[in-house]
Design a protein around this ligand. Structure first.
Ligand code: PLP
Length: 387
């Protein structure tokens, strides 16, 4: 059985996969079918927060799996309530809606924002301002929200009601808000798929002021940067603001699918029975895993994330073939002199998995990667980048 040939025959051709088939792993080590080991600095694109087969997460998931794998949302279950409580307590928000992915979490946020604005100002206040370079998902509506024209080609007409302002340009944001009837501004504090580009503190502060002044909601898309990756629990916490809605997914589940839309005091009661729903959202097994992950993203871990980030930056800054490092915490983009795709292939060859973001290489290691593994992998990256 040739897995790669069968994959190409039977699976829709949406991914340009690397020619590697993984069979197992532990922590941040992945093992391919030939037994070769790789240090994983991708975490399944910011998903495996504590790596592969993390013992504590595994135990939490297994215990729940043996008890009850699914009900429907017609009944109460404990894991989703406990997770919702912890999310609200740790963000100071009020209520959550559970779904299964980042795109769905954003869809829910958009629905809530539109309903809130319709209640407050009228149904014509439906526009959502998003930023150029953003990425919010692949459904027709979240593609519309994504401020990159290249993602829109072939799928028009997209959902109407999205307006794009230039990232880090307060004048443009203000003009877009004034020229349109706006429900919300949606943003990633670090644009991941857009090239690991952080918003400036000045822009985020100004955005908050515009939103307050114009009575429009702020939606922080924390799908990639959230859940400890930035060195704080959520990325926006590095900027001293509190959004009205926070969306997250990826790392929260530790490897199982989960999406969450976290609602602040203005929006907590917008959703009423029948307005929104999800078959799998709040699944007890996913929530039990997420509860374990979230409870372990504590001050000690967050400090280590910041220290490891610093270590990577110090090692790579000024190294041969490296132009610039961007990002926050353990979500870093590295601009290389060599073509980033060739650096990625070189690292793969030498047993280190890294990602691409636009023309940069992108590092998203597990939050608890050991210093030993980090040192080994950074040495491989340096070698691959060197001129
Ligand atoms: N929002 C951001 C910031 C993302 O990075 C992503 C995925 O990369 C999404 C939304 C979409 O998430 P999902 O693929 O889980 O639907």
């Amino acid at each position: 059985m040739n897995i790669q040939k069968m994959d190409q025959k039977y699976i829709a051709n949406t991914y340009a996969r690397f020619p590697v088939t993984f069979v197992s792993g532990k922590g941040c080590i992945l093992v391919d079918e030939a037994g070769k080991e790789y240090i994983d600095l991708t975490s399944g694109i910011a998903v495996n927060a504590f790596g592969i087969a993390d013992e504590k997460w595994l135990e939490a998931v297994k215990v729940q799996l043996r008890k009850l794998q699914h009900t429907s949302n017609l009944y109460y279950t404990e894991p989703c309530v406990m997770l919702a409580k912890m999310l609200c307590e740790r963000t100071g928000m009020e209520k959550v809606f559970f779904s299964n992915s980042g795109a769905e979490a954003n869809e829910c946020a958009i629905k809530v924002a539109r309903k809130y604005a319709a209640n407050q100002k009228g149904a014509d206040y439906y526009n959502i301002v998003t930023l150029t370079g953003s990425f919010h998902g692949r459904t027709i509506t979240t593609l519309a929200a994504t401020g990159q024209a290249s993602f829109h080609t072939d799928f028009t007409p997209l959902t109407p009601g999205f307006v794009y302002a230039e990232a880090n340009n307060l004048d443009d944001l203000y003009n877009k808000v004034k020229q349109n009837k706006v429900a919300a501004i949606m943003f990633e504090v670090v644009q991941g798929e857009g090239g690991v580009n952080p918003l400036t503190k000045e822009f985020v502060k100004g955005m908050k002021e515009i939103a307050q002044h114009q009575n429009i909601l702020l939606i922080a898309d924390e799908v990639q940067i959230g859940n400890g990756r930035s060195g704080k629990l959520y990325g926006y916490m590095n900027y001293g603001i509190k959004p009205d809605i926070v969306t997250t997914a990826k790392g929260l589940g530790g490897g199982l699918p989960i999406g969450v839309t976290i609602l602040g005091d203005k929006t907590a009661d917008v959703l009423t029975p029948g307005l929104h729903g999800s078959t799998f959202g709040g699944n007890p097994v996913c929530c039990a895993g997420a509860l374990n992950i979230l409870s372990r993203i504590d001050d000690k871990l967050l400090k280590e994330v910041r220290q490891k980030s610093q270590y990577i930056k110090e090692e790579l800054d000024g190294a041969s073939g490296i132009k610039k490092i961007t990002g926050l915490g353990l979500m870093l983009g590295v601009e290389t002199v060599k073509d980033s795709s060739s650096v990625i292939l070189d690292c793969l060859e030498n047993g280190v998995l890294i990602l691409k973001a636009k023309d940069k290489i992108r590092l998203l290691p597990t939050l608890n990667i050991s210093m030993e593994e980090l040192k080994k992998s950074v040495a491989v990256i340096k070698e691959a980048c060197a001129l």
